[in-house]
Design a protein around this ligand. Structure first.
Ligand SMILES: [Zn+2]
Length: 492
């Protein structure tokens, strides 16, 4: 008996390690973790922290970590029963000198707040702000038909999220949630990993709470917080934000569509005004401002718009203005997600992406990734992905047009930034090297190095510019001049 018993027990152990076990076991694992973590006892929590947030999709170099911002102060309140969360923080420039996007450089201290009160119609990615927290995960999993598998020393409990992706919590031998993982949709990266890592648990008020919180999206941190004070069951009163009051969304997520969602698209898509800035050169306003050029037998675009809906709207309007011509090229100025989130709509249209050699390998990688959670036009069309890299100077001619593409040198925003110059019309098209502020805005106390780099490049290339057209078009629609740029950087 004993001779045969040991191998069988070993086989059972192996099977238990690889085979999923039943829902009853998931429930008991959740119950044990909830008891140890104090889920029942924790109705609300307020915690302070210091650390960093990071702007998703705004890296200096394609494929590098997201650029960081200092969180001088950070207070988060969560009401688990009301599914409500409020973050108040003060941010400051983290990259010195400025490097990458995310509305750098931040001048001085920047207060921000974000409030979520989740109801049945709240977008899943916002509900995740609470479910990715350890106590929020345990609460959510308990009522969502969880499953269990064992992986090494961990019990991994999973449930199906409303976007179709599994949400998995890694529970250690001390019944602590060490990690929560899922996937969310991103217009550039497709099915994108979203991970939260919790460590340095401390007991307070009958509850275990992590003193270190790191969240990652797309493989790189978006938060790295060291928790200070934790107040269990603090009185909190989180009110839903007023309709339209999106101003408090953190940069790199809600702001500027940098999170890549297609959610903010409807307003931009509802109207597509355009202006013919030169014969056969159409500028689309009322949102991110691409340019379409009539190349005779086809249409060439500069910039793609900040999401799929905007891209599809400007493509449709260009085809109306220039009938029976295919969109054959789109020039991508750079890789930042707010500028790249419309590009796959052009791929679905059969267009080739022209971009600097710095960006081409990155686009070939990310635009080939699956978009199963929220299929976009290219996921359905599966057109061949064509990305053509260009060097520091590339001239396009046709149908009487000359378009010079130049790389901005010594430009901290990103090394592979292209601007487009129309020598016949003395027009310079640019993204993120000068985002025109309100017309009456005074020059910043410290000139933006990005604005300075644009001016230096205009001088280096000896461009004769009467008009600067910015992708982030000025709200008042004014003609922006080099004189305005000079004034904003304090040059005479
Ligand atoms: Zn940018």
């Amino acid at each position: 008996m004993s001779k045969r018993g040991a191998p069988i027990a070993g086989l059972i152990a192996v099977l238990a390690w690889v085979w999923p076990v039943g829902a009853q076991d998931a429930s008991s694992v959740l119950a044990a973790a909830s008891r140890a973590m104090g889920v029942e006892a924790l109705r609300t929590v307020r915690y302070t922290a210091t650390g960093f947030d990071f702007a998703l999709g705004q890296s200096g170099v394609p494929g590098a970590p997201w650029p960081k911002f200092i969180n001088r102060s950070y207070t988060r309140s969560v009401d688990f029963q009301a599914s409500a969360s409020q973050v108040d923080r003060v941010r400051a420039q983290g990259e010195i000198p400025p490097y990458g996007g995310g509305l750098q450089p931040i001048q001085g201290d920047q207060p921000q707040s974000q409030t979520i009160v989740a109801g049945p119609s709240t977008p899943w990615v916002q509900q995740l702000e609470i479910f990715m927290l350890p106590h929020g995960f345990l609460r959510a999993a308990a009522s969502r038909n969880p499953s269990l598998r064992r992986q090494g020393a961990y019990s991994v409990v999973s449930f199906r999220g409303e976007n179709g992706a599994q949400v998995s919590g890694w529970i250690n031998a001390q019944n602590q949630v060490e990690r929560v993982e899922t996937m969310i949709d991103n217009a550039v990266m497709g099915d994108m990993p979203f991970e939260a890592i919790y460590s340095d648990y401390r007991a307070t008020g009958g509850v275990q709470f992590p003193m270190r919180i790191v969240q990652k999206q797309g493989g790189f941190p978006i938060f790295d917080l060291t928790v200070g004070d934790v107040t269990v069951n603090a009185p909190v009163n989180i009110q839903a934000p007023q309709a339209g009051g999106r101003g408090g969304a953190p940069a790199g997520r809600g702001a500027a569509g940098a999170g890549g969602g297609r959610g903010g698209a409807q307003a931009a898509a509802s109207t597509t005004p355009s202006e013919q800035i030169a014969p056969g050169v159409y500028l689309f306003t009322g949102g991110y401002a691409p340019i379409a050029v009539d190349m005779g037998d086809h249409i060439l675009f500069l910039e793609a718009g900040n999401n799929e809906a905007r891209a599809q709207a400007v493509i449709a309007e260009a085809k109306r203005l220039m009938p029976n011509k295919p969109v054959r090229y789109v020039v991508a100025t750079h890789h930042h997600f707010d500028h790249a989130s419309g590009l796959r709509a052009f791929v679905a249209e059969g267009a080739t992406i022209l971009t600097h050699d710095w960006n081409a390998p990155y686009f070939r990688d990310v635009f080939a990734r699956p978009h199963t959670l929220n299929p976009d036009a290219q996921q359905r069309a599966q057109r061949p992905l064509q990305v053509q890299g260009v060097g520091d100077r590339h001239v396009i001619t046709g149908n009487g047009h000359t378009i010079e593409l130049h790389r901005l040198m010594d430009f901290g925003h990103t090394p592979g930034m292209l601007v487009a110059y129309f020598p016949q019309h003395r027009v310079l098209y640019e993204a993120d090297s000068y985002n025109p502020p309100a017309a009456d805005a005074p020059p910043p106390a410290t000139p933006s190095p990005y604005n300075q780099a644009l001016l230096a490049n205009i001088e280096r290339l000896r461009l004769s510019v009467d008009r600067i057209v910015a992708t982030h078009y000025p709200a008042d629609g004014r003609v922006v001049t080099v004189a305005e740029l000079r004034r904003m950087v304090g040059a005479n």
